[in-house]
Write a protein that binds this ligand. Sequence first.
Ligand code: ATP
Length: 355
Amino acid sequence: MKELEEFEFMGDNPQMHQAVLIPGDGIGPEVTAAVRRVLEAASVPVVWEEHQAGLAAVQAGRPLLAEETIDAIRHHRVALKGPCTTPVGEGFTSINVQLRKKLNLFAAVRPVRSLDGVPTRFENVDLVIIRENTEGLYSGVENQVTDGVVMSMKVATQVACERIARWAFRFANRRRRRRITVFHKANIMKVTDGLFLRCARKVHEQDYPNLEYQELIIDAGCMKLVQDPSQFDVLLLENLYGDVVSDLCAGLVGGLGVVPGANFGDDLAVFEAVHGSAPDIAGKGLANPLALLMSGVMMLNYLAETRSDPRCQQAADRIKAAYNRALAEGQKTRDLGGTLSTDAFADAVIARLGD
Ligand code: ATP
C-alpha cells in the first residue's frame, strides 16, 4: 500500500484518515450522530476529531468559531459538518459563511438527483449545482446610509469569478457532463453579474469549447427548472443565486432531507448538507439524516480520489447501495412520507450494509 504511506495526516494509526467532525446546532447533533453510526458500521477508515462550532460551542463556553477548529480543518484537510444556526435579521455572522471564507472554500457542489422510493413530480432529475461560495452579497458589507436608508454591497472579483468558472468547467469535463448553464441577472446587475458571465465565457471559449455552454436570466431559469429539470446538467451560479436555487432544486427531488453538499478549496474540503439547522424539528427525532449521510459518501469519494484509497471508495459504494435499498423498500423518515425516526432510518441503512 504505497499510497497509504504517502498520507500526510495519518495520526497514530497509519491505516486511518483523520477528519474533523462538527455536529453543529439544531438538528445537527442528531443527524451527525446517526451518520457517524452508519459510517462506523461500514468500517470506514476514518478517525474523527470532534469540534464544536456555533451555538453548541458557546453553550460549552467556547467561541462561536474557534481558531483551533479552523486550524484542525486546515491540518486534516477534510471535515464533515452539521448545520450551524444563523440568527435572522440580527446577531452574529453566519458560522457556515465564516468557515467558508476563512478556509477559502470557494466552490460549493450540490448534486441533485431523483431517488428510487422518493416519488416526486419528476423522475429523471440529475443535475449538479456549483455555487461561488466566497463573495457576492455574502461579502457582509451592509450599512445604514441615513435614517431609513440601508445598503448591502455585492462584491465580485475577477479572480474569484474566473476561479469558480474554471473549477466548474473542470468538474463538468472530468465527470463527463455535457453542458454548463449560468444563471445570472446581468441585465440588471450589469457590472457584477456581467463580470461573472464574462469570466465563464472566457473559460469556456479558451479551455472547454467541447462542453455546451448556456446563459439564462435567473428568473427564466427558475421557471424552466420547475417545468422540466431534466434539461439541465451543471448549473453555475454566484453565491446568493446558488443558495436560493439549491433549495428550489432540493424541492424537485424530495426536499432538503435528500440533498448533500461539499465545499471545496484548493486542497481541502468540508462536506455538509444543503439544509440548515431546522430548529423547528430539532431534538424530536424527526430530522432526515440522509442529506448528511450522502455528504459523508461524497467525503469518502473525495478521500478515495485524493488519497488513492480504494477502501474509501468501497465503503462509499456500500453505504450508497444500502440507503438506496432502504428507500426503495419504503424505509423513510417523515419528510419523505415515511414514519421512521432519525435513528430508525440510520438502523435501516445499517441493516442493509451487507458484508
Ligand atoms: P438556513 O438559513 O440555516 O439555511 P433554512 O432557513 O434553509 O436554514 P432549514 O434549517 O434548512 O432552513 O430548514 C427549512 C425547513 O426544512 C425546516 O423547517 C425543516 O422543517 C425542513 N428540513 C430541513 N432539513 C431537514 C431534514 N434534514 N430533515 C427533515 N426536515 C428538514
